[in-house]
Design a binder for this molecule. Structure first.
Ligand code: PMP
Length: 418
C-alpha cells in the first residue's frame, strides 16, 4: 500500500544496515521505532522551549507548562478518559503498577484479602503485587491459561470471590500475543466487588483504547512502545479512586503548602507527580498520538494482521517450527521454537542477517514455567514492517532449520562483493 511506504519512510532507524544487511526490525513488542515528528518534537523542545513547568514567572515556563498540559489532554482524548485529572504521568507501565500497589493497595489490603493475577503476566504485573502481598499479608491467586495460551475464563470466574480486592491483568500478553476479553472480565470482577487494573503496555500500540467503555479502574501504558520516547508513561485512574489515595512519592510539585508542622497535598493529577517531570517525553508522546491520529488505524491493523498471516503461512512449512501463540485471539506477536535449536542461537543467527527479534523468557518467567519452556523466539510486527521483511525473516529461519549458519564475516564480505 502506498500509504504504508510513506509511513515507513518517516521512521529513520528502519533505514540502516545491521551486520551488512538492511535492518528487519521485528522487536516491536520490546520497543517501537520513532517517527521523525516525535524526534523533532523532542529536539524542538530542547532547542527553543526548554523551561521547567508549573513554576516560572516567565514566558518560556508558561509556554512549556501549556504544552505539557496540552500533552496530558491529548492522552486523555486518546484513551477517552473523562478528565485530565485522571491522567498521571509516570516513567512507564512498571512505575504505574508500583504506584497503584503502594498507594491504592497497601492501605487497603488486609491478611486474607486476595489479589487476582493471571499466568500471562509480565514481571511488571507480578512483582509489585508480591511486594504489597508481603507487606499486608494479602494472598496472590493466579488464573491459569488453556492449552492454547488463552486465559481460562471459567477459572477466572471460579477464582473471583468476596475476598478478591484487586484483579490485575494484561490486555495483551507480550510473550504470546493473547488478547484478553477485558471488558467482560472487568464486569465480572466488579460484580465480585474487586477493583480492576489493566496492563495496557502491549495493547496501546495495537488497539483503540476507550477506558470508559472498558470500565476499568486503572489502565497503564508506556510511551516507548507507542512510538514515543522512553521514560514517559501513563497511569489512568478513576478520579474517585485517585482522590482517595495517598501520594506515593513526596517532593516538589505534589504539594500545596509545606511547613514543618504539616504538609497539604496538591490536587489531582499533580498529587502523584513529585519532582520535575519528563517534559520532553510528554511532548514526544503527544506528538506520537498526533502522528497516529492522522493515520487510518483500522487500515494499519489490517496490514499488521496480513503480516502475521503471511509469517504464519511461511513459517508453518519450516521443519521443526512450533508456534507458541494463541491461535484464536492474537496480536502482532509470533512466539515460536525451532526444534533442536536453542532460542538464543536462533536469535543470534537472525541478527547476523540483520533481523532483530527477541529471545528468552520475555520477562514472563512464570508463563515459561507453565509452558515448560526455557523461552521462545519472538517476532513482533508493526505497521511499518513490510511483506519483504516477513519473507526475509522466514527465509532466514528456513536456512537455520536446514542447518545453515551465518557468520558475521561472511555476511559482511558478501555485502562488499555485491
Ligand atoms: N507489561 C507488559 C505486557 C509489557 O510488555 C511490558 C514491557 N515489556 C511491561 C509491562 C513493562 O513496561 P515498561 O518496561 O515500559 O515499564
Amino acid at each position: 500500500m502506498d500509504q504504508l511506504g510513506t509511513i515507513r519512510k518517516q521512521f529513520p532507524a528502519l533505514h540502516q544496515t545491521v551486520n551488512g544487511h538492511p535492518l528487519v526490525y521485528l522487536d516491536n513488542a520490546a520497543t517501537s521505532q520513532k517517527p521523525e515528528a516525535v524526534i523533532r518534537a523532542v529536539e524542538t523542545f530542547y532547542r527553543t522551549q526548554n523551561a521547567n513547568v508549573h513554576r516560572g514567572a516567565h514566558q518560556l515556563s508558561d509556554q512549556a507548562t501549556g504544552a505539557f498540559e496540552a500533552a496530558r489532554s491529548s492522552v486523555r482524548r486518546f484513551i477517552n478518559a473523562a478528565s485530565d485529572e485522571e491522567i498521571i504521568w509516570t516513567r512507564g507501565t512498571t512505575e504505574g503498577i508500583n504506584l497503584i500497589a503502594q498507594s491504592y493497595a497497601r492501605p487497603l489490603l488486609k491478611a486474607g484479602d486476595e489479589i487476582l493475577l493471571t499466568e500471562l503476566e509480565h514481571h511488571a504485573n507480578i512483582v509489585p503485587w508480591q511486594v504489597v502481598a508481603e507487606q499486608t499479608g494479602a494472598k496472590i491467586r493466579v488464573v491459569p491459561i488453556t492449552e492454547n495460551g488463552d486465559l481460562n475464563l471459567p477459572e477466572f470466574s471460579a477464582l473471583l470471590s468476596n475476598k478478591t480486592r484487586i484483579v490485575s491483568l494484561t490486555h495483551i500478553s507480550n510473550a504470546l500475543g493473547t488478547i484478553n476479553p477485558v471488558a467482560g472480565l472487568v464486569r465480572q470482577a466488579h460484580e465480585a466487588g474487586a477493583v480492576v487494573v489493566i496492563d495496557g503496555a502491549q495493547a496501546a500500540p495495537h488497539l483503540e483504547i476507550d477506558v470508559q467503555r472498558l470500565g476499568c479502574d486503572f489502565y497503564l501504558f508506556s510511551g516507548h512502545k507507542l512510538f514515543a520516547p522512553t521514560g514517559i508513561g501513563v497511569l489512568y485512574g478513576r478520579k474517585a479512586l485517585l482522590e482517595a489515595m495517598p501520594p506515593w512519592q513526596g517532593g516538589g510539585e505534589m504539594i500545596k503548602k509545606v511547613s514543618f508542622s504539616g504538609t497539604t497535598y496538591n490536587k489531582l493529577p499533580f498529587k502523584f507527580e513529585a519532582g520535575t517531570p519528563n517534559i520532553s517525553g510528554a511532548l514526544g508522546l503527544a506528538e506520537a498520538i498526533r502522528f497516529l491520529s492522522n493515520l487510518d488505524r483500522k487500515a494499519l491493523a489490517r496490514h499488521e494482521r496480513a503480516l502475521m498471516s503471511k509469517a504464519i503461512e511461511l513459517c508453518s512449512s519450516i521443519p521443526g517450527f512450533t508456534r507458541i501463540s494463541s491461535p484464536t485471539a492474537c496480536a502482532s506477536i509470533l512466539s515460536f521454537q525451532l526444534n533442536s535449536h536453542h532460542q538464543q542461537d536462533v536469535g543470534l543467527m537472525l541478527d547476523q542477517q540483520g533481523i532483530a527479534v527477541r529471545t528468552g523468557h520475555h520477562c514472563a518467567m512464570p508463563l515459561m514455567e507453565r509452558l515448560e519452556l526455557p523461552g521462545t523466539v519472538r517476532a513482533s510486527f508493526c505497521f511499518y514492517n513490510t511483506f519483504d521483511d516477513v519473507e526475509r525473516f522466514a527465509k532466514a529461519l528456513q536456512q537455520i532449520a536446514a542447518g545453515g549458519t551465518f557468520s558475521r564475516a561472511e555476511t559482511v564480505s558478501d555485502q562488499a562483493v555485491f
